[in-house]
Design a protein around this ligand. Structure first.
Ligand code: HAM
Length: 416
């Protein structure tokens, strides 16, 4: 037997309706926010991710699925959606459309991480990217989009944590302060942190090594190093959030693990999923478009981890809706299966989901099968029914029967 690769999952027929339910809800929220879907390829040139996410991040330095294709190009399976959408925005000159432009996507993404509950190597994201404005109102719109998306899934007790990591100017001063702080602790830190110290000291803040984590807790916080403009942006956003009634908590520890962020960063977190408690993360990234060849463009976005959202929905007992068919046509004997298939075919043409027996099983076995298929009704077809063109429709939930003409089955089911 060939097994599924580590860190990946099948979505089986018995659970795909849960994904469809969640995706349907998210698409509806996207429409409410005037966002249009964007679809980009599953793989991109490696350079795109190195340049945008940053080569000192865990994602780029340790977790990417990178390979050389047959033409000798370095290709990477997307570890996230922001960089590909930014690439598409620049390449297709989407700034020529009226701005702000709001996009969303439902994608699979790939990171070579140590798999555990809520952490996979192939996972799925619902993401949103908004282009073309630096106004804090856009940050508010984006956070409110994320908030409503979670609520639409029935997840109303996921907490919002907010921070600002400033612009490249304030970051310079902050990184100097971090270097001074970490210089005294460097010998107790892991090899990766020692290497990153000189190249990207900010990344020392998201090392997962327990010893490094403890040291990072005492590090200076970026909020104390914000320039006047970044500070004003952050304060304005906090005021807007207060007025909108979206609860949040400013948490200076939120720095995000990707290099492209500027100013606003945020996460929606829960304690109910163990170590993988971040259900959704995002922020502003005003320098990204320019860094990959476009014009300076204010951007803000987020991505929700679908597996984590679904795990939480299960925990909260969200009702994913009924799956199953409207009617199962039971054949009284194997030679009537052809006639039953003709009836089923007519029902389907009228928009009734229907199925019938094709393998010659007993009526008892067919009723059992109809139950397993979650059929709402069963109709038994025998010689008598074919002759009189009258049938009994049986509601399987309570056994209630109703008689009607053969050509009225669809209308009767639609009435109920
Ligand atoms: P991220 O924080 O790397 O941000 O991922 C967003 C969400 O994807 C996480 O909060 C988590 O729920 C889920 N996720 C990430 N890695 C895994 C994994 N290995 N297994 C399962 N779920 C995972 C981004 O990806 C940014 N592109 C978000 C963004 C959009 N920022 C601006 N626009």
């Amino acid at each position: 037997m060939i097994n599924i690769p580590k860190g990946t999952k099948d979505v089986l027929p018995g659970e795909s309706h849960k994904w469809q339910y969640a995706e349907g809800k998210l698409r509806k929220v996207a429409a409410l926010y005037n966002a249009r879907e964007i679809r980009t390829p599953t793989f991109e040139h490696t350079e795109l991710f190195v340049r945008s996410i940053g080569d000192e991040t865990d994602v780029v330095s340790k977790e990417m699925y990178t390979f050389e294709d047959k033409g000798g190009r370095s290709i990477t399976l997307r570890p996230e959606g922001t960089a590909p959408v930014a690439r598409s925005y620049v390449e297709n000159a989407l700034d020529s459309l009226s701005l702000p432009l709001k996009t969303y996507y439902l994608i699979s993404a790939f990171r070579y991480e140590r798999p555990q509950a809520g952490r996979l190597r192939e996972f799925h994201q619902f993401g949103v990217e908004i282009y073309g404005a630096t106004s804090p109102y856009l940050d508010l719109d984006c956070i409110s989009f994320a908030y409503d998306a979670l609520r639409a899934l029935g997840l109303d007790n996921v907490r919002l944590k907010l921070n600002s990591i400033g612009c490249s100017d304030c970051r310079k001063k902050y990184v100097e302060a971090l270097r001074t702080y970490f210089a005294d602790h460097l010998e107790d830190m892991c090899g990766t942190c020692k290497e990153r110290y000189g190249r990207n000291a900010l990344r020392l803040l998201d090392c997962k090594n327990p010893e490094c984590k403890k040291i990072a807790e005492g590090a200076p916080v970026i909020l104390d190093y914000l320039c006047d403009d970044c500070k004003a942006h952050h304060e304005k956003l906090c005021g807007l959030l207060d007025a909108s009634g979206i609860p949040y908590e400013v948490d200076a520890g939120i720095v995000r693990g990707l290099d492209y962020y500027t100013r606003t960063v945020f996460e929606f977190v829960t304690d109910e999923l163990g170590a993988q408690g971040t259900v959704l993360g995002g922020g502003r990234y005003d320098d990204l478009v320019q860094s990959i060849g476009g014009k300076p463009t204010g951007c803000v976005g987020f991505a929700m981890g679908m597996e984590r959202a679904l795990m939480l929905m299960e925990k909260h007992g969200v009702d994913f809706g009924r799956t199953g068919i409207d009617v199962f046509v039971i054949s009284q004997s194997p030679e009537l299966e052809g006639a039953c298939m003709a009836i089923v075919s007519d029902l389907r043409k009228e928009g009734i989901s229907a199925d019938t027996e094709m393998t010659g099983r007993s009526m008892k076995a067919q009723f059992k099968y109809a139950d397993k298929q979650n059929a709402a009704y069963a109709v038994v077809i025998g010689g008598n029914e074919l002759e009189t063109q009258r049938v009994k429709i049986k509601r399987l939930s309570d056994g209630k029967e109703e008689e009607c003409g053969m050509n009225e089955i669809a209308a009767r089911i639609k009435e109920n």
